[in-house]
Design a protein around this ligand. Structure first.
Ligand code: FES
Length: 102
């Protein structure tokens, strides 16, 4: 399960709140960077750096940092229990909040 999976499918209040902010427009195929998250400095060594393909997409994200990752590529595990991530400023899930009409 990734951060994107949590935002899209998680049932907790925290997951629903996360979904309000990260869009994940490409559903995890590394084509959008709308799932950009910033891993807290203290956690980054444990999370690990992005691979080259992920880094290429992070470079297109809004205000990337040295600890940026794509939420769709950040696979959660027991060792990351308590992981602290930050969202870039001005992050907003516009796609899921468009009031489509039938
Ligand atoms: Fe599009 Fe992660 S959801 S790059």
């Amino acid at each position: 399960m990734t951060i994107t999976d949590v935002a899209k499918h998680g049932g907790s209040a925290s997951a629903k709140q996360l979904a309000q902010y990260i869009e994940c427009a490409c559903s995890g195929v590394m084509a959008c960077s709308t799932c950009h998250v910033i891993v807290n400095d203290k956690w980054f060594d444990l999370v690990g750096p992005p691979d080259d393909d992920e880094q290429d997409m992070i470079d297109l994200a809004f205000k990337p940092t040295p600890t940026s990752r794509l939420g769709c590529q950040l696979v959660l595990s027991q060792k990351l229990d308590g992981l602290l991530i930050h969202l870039p400023t001005h992050t907003n899930n516009i796609m899921d909040n468009i009031p489509f009409q039938n």
